[in-house]
Design a protein around this ligand. Structure first.
Ligand code: ZN
Length: 201
């Protein structure tokens, strides 16, 4: 199982971090050891002083495939979840400045929080999701605002990596990312249904 992630897939988020809008999906991966499930808490890593949440829609791959054609892309995932792409922003900034890979900032243990899964809608063009931090809404996402659609991501990623049953795709975060502190409480919702509950310890 692999965890594929898309960066800068919402214009307003690219803008808030002063990043250019990509012409093709920006792809990175997290190892299976990054997975954090069952509402387990995240223990604040000692190597960062600026841990950020990024609330995202996560797709679950249900079919093996390479070079997926656009008209069949939707058939490669059947479930979705609310995910948090935890990011050590200060470490990521240092990696970016040096032109280094950013795995130590984004793919560390438990950096991929994933909620329970629900059925993905046939039409993925307007999935509403939100992130709450200590009860206050901090992110208000709609897949309609994605630069690259869920289907295009599947098509694009499968040119490079064989998709396998059980793989997860983090599809990118909208604006409103920010830091968390020990003691904070994160919640994630899709279409108003609470799916994610994660405490920072
Ligand atoms: Zn992300």
């Amino acid at each position: 199982m692999k965890i594929i992630c898309i960066g800068r897939n919402y214009i307003d988020h690219a803008a808030e971090l002063q990043n250019p809008v990509p012409k093709q999906p920006l792809v990175f991966m997290k190892p299976p050891s990054a997975l954090l499930i069952n509402h387990k808490p995240l223990f604040y890593p000692e190597f960062t002083k600026d841990l950020h949440y990024e609330g995202e829609i996560v797709l679950k791959i249900c079919k093996n495939g390479r070079h997926v054609q656009p008209e069949f892309a939707r058939t490669y995932f059947n479930k979705m979840a609310f995910g948090i792409d935890f990011t050590a922003r200060d470490v990521q900034k240092r990696c970016k400045e040096k032109g280094h890979p950013w795995e130590i900032a984004k793919a560390f243990d438990n950096s991929a929080a994933v909620s329970e899964f629900v059925d993905a809608p046939e039409d993925t063009s307007s999935i509403l999701f939100e992130t709450k931090l200590n009860g206050k809404r901090v992110q208000n996402g709609n897949t309609a605002d994605m630069i690259f659609s869920c289907e295009y991501i599947v098509e694009y990623v499968s040119k490079y990596f064989k998709l396998q049953i059980g793989d997860l795709i983090f599809t990118g975060t909208p604006a409103g990312v920010g830091p968390v502190q020990i003691g904070d409480h994160l919640e994630g919702f899709i279409h108003g249904k609470k799916l994610m509950d994660c405490r920072i310890k």
